[in-house]
Design a protein around this ligand. Structure first.
Ligand code: ATP
Length: 210
């Protein structure tokens, strides 16, 4: 079973890293692939280059063999300059892993907007979707499309794709937006993201202005 964790990672922080590690253990995954987005269709464009976001990610996961970086969205953008649609990413992963269970992890905020994603129903043709929730999270009323797909953690291994699962994870109250603000205000972002990434940000003078 392979986990997929997409994001802008502008910059990567302990919120991303802790939840990626935690779901790897909860679901007994062989690996979690962190997939930096080149050109996110649903939000503002990242403030630093894709190459720098990738380098920060590399520094962050160096000591965690279960976390991998997958650059297919960046590679696709270099070739075709198309938006990074998750459905295309999952289709290409499915080609590479024809029979493996693929688990796409998304935050509960992202799930609220899932039906706005490009060809969102097709996501389930290629992967299971796991919504990472916070303690106290109250699930909205699900429509029949989602209800029919609901499954528990242990059921995901039985199929390669198609299920929807909600899983509570430790969500540290950290966001890349807050980190960029802290740096722009010349405050110390220590303990919110790995020191190696903080060093990189300093060296390249990233996020110094808003
Ligand atoms: P920004 O503040 O720039 O919007 P972000 O910190 O939310 O960025 P993204 O790279 O956009 O980070 O998020 C990628 C994925 O990581 C999303 O699925 C999001 O729900 C999840 N995520 C972000 N922050 C956390 C956190 N603190 N704990 C758990 N998951 C998180």
């Amino acid at each position: 079973m392979i986990g997929i964790f997409g994001g802008t990672f502008d910059p990567v922080h302990y919120g991303h890293l802790r939840s990626a590690l935690e779901v790897k253990d909860i679901f007994g995954l062989d690996e979690v692939r962190l997939i930096p987005c080149a050109n996110p269709p649903h939000r503002e464009q990242p403030t630093v280059t894709a190459e720098m976001r990738l380098q920060m990610l590399e520094l962050a996961i160096k000591t965690q063999p279960g976390l991998k970086i997958d650059t297919r969205e960046l590679d696709r953008y270099d070739l075709h300059q198309v938006p990074s649609y998750m459905v295309d990413t999952l289709a290409s992963l499915r080609q590479e892993f024809p029979t493996e269970s693929l688990l796409l992890f998304i935050g509960s905020d992202a799930f609220k907007h899932l039906t706005g994603w490009h060809q969102w129903q097709r996501l389930f043709d290629y992967a299971h979707i796991v919504v990472m929730t916070r303690p106290g999270f109250e699930r909205q009323q699900l429509d029949d499309f989602f209800k029919a797909r609901l499954a528990g953690v242990n059921e995901l291994a039985q199929a390669a794709a198609g299920k929807l699962c909600f899983q509570q994870v430790t969500q540290l109250d950290i966001s890349a937006t807050a980190i960029r603000d802290i740096i722009a205000r010349k405050q110390n972002p220590g303990f919110l993201l790995p020191d190696a990434v903080i060093e990189y940000i300093k060296q390249h003078k990233l996020y110094e202005t808003r």
